[in-house]
Design a protein. Structure first.
Length: 110
């Protein structure tokens, strides 16, 4: 993973890092073998830097953390889910750009 503001989420820390977070959290569900996921990494890193301190941004490898992936019905990757107050507030599936993620996150930081 790249980026100082990017967090690694796992089955073990998902409850504390995401569901119990005191700010919105954007989770990128990905896998090592997924080429679109790899292509989206620079965008996710940019979003993490852009929203540092306002939104926690991280990645969850679905091959290493299957329980969370199953719980949230991840059927295609990349899938990005935004949580606020422990609840899913937005879901974006597929390769997206910075503007599309910013449009989802901006209202949550006001």
């Amino acid at each position: 993973m790249a980026g100082a503001n990017l967090v690694e989420f796992t089955d073990g820390n998902f409850q504390s890092e995401v569901l119990n977070a005191d700010k919105p959290v954007m989770v990128d569900f990905w896998a090592e073998w997924c080429m679109p996921c790899k292509m989206m990494l620079p965008t996710i890193t940019t979003i993490a830097d852009k929203f540092a301190g306002k939104v926690k941004v991280g990645k969850l490898n679905i091959d290493n953390s299957r329980d969370v992936a199953v719980k949230f019905g991840i059927q295609a990757i990349p899938t990005v889910i935004v949580f606020k107050g422990g609840q899913e507030v937005a879901r974006v599936v597929g390769l997206k750009n910075e503007a599309e993620f910013s449009k989802v996150l901006e209202p949550l930081t006001k």
